[in-house]
Design a protein around this ligand. Sequence first.
Ligand code: AMP
Length: 210
Amino acid sequence: MRLVFIGAPGAGKGTQAKRLAAEKGYPIVATGDLLRAAIAEQTPLGQQAHAYIQRGELVPDPLVNQLVAERIATLESFILDGYPRNLTQAQMLETILPQPLSAVVYFEISEDALIARLGGRRICPQCGAVFHITANPSTAGDRCDQCGATLITREDDQPDTIRKRFSVYREQTAPLVDYYRQRGLLRTVNADAPPDAVYQQLLSVLCEST
Ligand code: AMP
């Protein structure tokens, strides 16, 4: 399966991608995670990308396109989480895909629900586990219950940056919903629902795509 997950920041794409990957074995290519790793390792890519991420803006297309092209070149199955984020990237993806996409899953959710979610999100800087202070707290308090590291708020989950990321999403990424609908690839799930219910919807829309 070659899947793209699209949806606003905080819609649950990453959580659902991890669960699907664990069950089906599809590798995840999450551009946000790859960029954060590059920043932590202070690679040339990370140094170029850091300021854009801090401002809640998109990292320039050539940098991200190259990152994705390298990752998916040899993959038969994958879940792309966070890419493409605009029409230029969607067109680029068509040229680098070894085989056509199987489906594009759209995580549909209201902005009010998202603001509540993102403000309470905490991540583990060591193993990448994601928590929420009320909806999915770590059993170890402010530490990761998987590896013990102290949990942090993502630097781009601050209120001003969240607002910026939403406006970038509305202007640049939301048009992809129609783009993929017109191509017959779009499958929509209601991402306002609890995680288990979203996962069941995901499995059922993917059944229709095989
Ligand atoms: P995410 O973890 O997907 O929310 O991404 C965090 C940040 O990484 C975004 O706000 C962007 O600054 C950057 N980013 C992730 N994916 C892309 C992409 N496909 N194109 C440009 N920038 C991206």
